[in-house]
Design a protein around this ligand. Structure first.
Ligand SMILES: Cc1cc2nc3c(=O)[nH]c(=O)nc-3n(C[C@H](O)[C@H](O)[C@H](O)COP(=O)(O)OP(=O)(O)OC[C@H]3O[C@@H](n4cnc5c(N)ncnc54)[C@H](O)[C@@H]3O)c2cc1C
Length: 285
């Protein structure tokens, strides 16, 4: 029998007092859909770690839904990571997204500071110090991480994270369902059976979609790019088109065995609510 699907919404710590003030209403709208959890991103190199913790507390206070902090390790010391894990454990956190993170390009060299270089080292550290106290999510890249030399090398890295103790994975955003299915086939061949939940970025604009895709190496199909460019100044039509593309992607993924969906919300409720509705996902009374 197929396991129940997992649905989650990703948030980032608000950067301004206005954005902070809006967050409770946003999470309340999303919480009404009863997701399995909210996750909260974390800046690399220790930046924003308090923002992640404070956002976590805000979401718990306003929703009662499980909140899952992201934890980035590059640029951090073992003592700093240990302290963050201890604080999360004391706050009742049961699941963590364990990541390397990205430092600014100038710092991201062989001489990058810190005692961790890859997410697999963070997974090993968490398992060593906390055994099974946390469920550990890691990142997966169906279209290859942009800094990897070859898909095979990147896949070996993913396998290292699983062997270090990851329980499940969330993917980078993508708009080609076949890239996900190919990744899942490679996992099956390698004997990797952990759930790998697709990361879904709603399309809500032309410039931001280009920026997100080029930032993480995701392929935006040419026909989608051309249509978004054409509709750039007609917001309602762009939303109809962009969210339609993403809804069809989600349908294809779920129909073909994806174990759930992780929505990159960019702290906006409306696009995810609209996708949720068009996918016919349940909305509790
Ligand atoms: C679901 C999700 C959530 C994210 N949340 C955040 C966030 O909150 N904050 C943030 O800053 N960023 C976040 N990111 C972005 C992420 O931090 C970047 O993509 C980062 O560049 C890689 O992180 P990672 O954990 O995948 O790294 P890793 O798995 O360590 O991989 C990084 C690179 O190193 C290579 N590599 C790994 N191990 C080795 C090795 N032993 N030898 C040689 N090469 C190796 C990999 O192939 C890859 O190219 C998120 C990404 C995803 C998919």
């Amino acid at each position: 029998m197929r396991s129940p699907l997992t649905f989650s919404f990703e948030l980032f710590p608000p950067r301004t007092p206005e954005a902070q003030a809006k967050l409770p209403a946003t999470v309340a709208q999303l919480a009404a859909l009863r997701p399995d959890y909210f996750s909260v991103t974390h800046g690399a190199g220790g930046s924003g770690q308090d923002g992640t913790y404070e956002t976590l507390l805000t979401v718990v206070e306003h929703t009662g839904v499980e909140v899952v902090p992201h934890l980035t390790c590059v640029g951090s010391t073992r003592a700093n990571i240990a302290a963050q894990l201890q604080r999360y454990r004391e706050a009742g956190v049961k699941r963590i997204v364990a990541l390397r993170g990205d430092l600014p390009a100038t710092a991201m060299s062989a001489a990058a500071p810190g005692e961790f270089h890859y997410a697999s080292e963070l997974v090993t550290f968490i398992r060593d110090k906390h055994r099974d106290a946390f469920q550990i999510e890691v990142a997966a890249y169906p279209e290859m991480h942009p800094q990897a030399n070859r898909p095979g090398d990147d896949f070996e890295n993913f396998r290292r994270k699983v062997e270090a103790g990851a329980d499940s994975a969330l993917t980078q955003l993508f708009y080609n369902a076949d890239a996900y299915f190919d990744f899942m086939e490679r996992c099956a061949t390698a004997g990797i059976t952990i759930p790998i939940v697709p990361g879904i970025m709603p399309i809500t604009g032309y410039a931001n979609t280009i920026r997100f895709c080029s930032g993480c190496g995701a392929d935006l199909p040419r026909w989608v790019r051309l249509r978004l460019e054409e509709l750039e100044h007609d917001k309602p039509a762009l939303l109809d088109f962009g969210l339609g593309v993403v809804a069809r992607l989600c349908e294809t993924l779920l129909k073909n065995g994806a174990p759930g969906l992780h929505f990159y919300t960019i702290n906006q409720a409306a696009p995810s609510l609209r996708l949720w509705k068009s996918l016919g996902l349940s909305v509790p009374a």
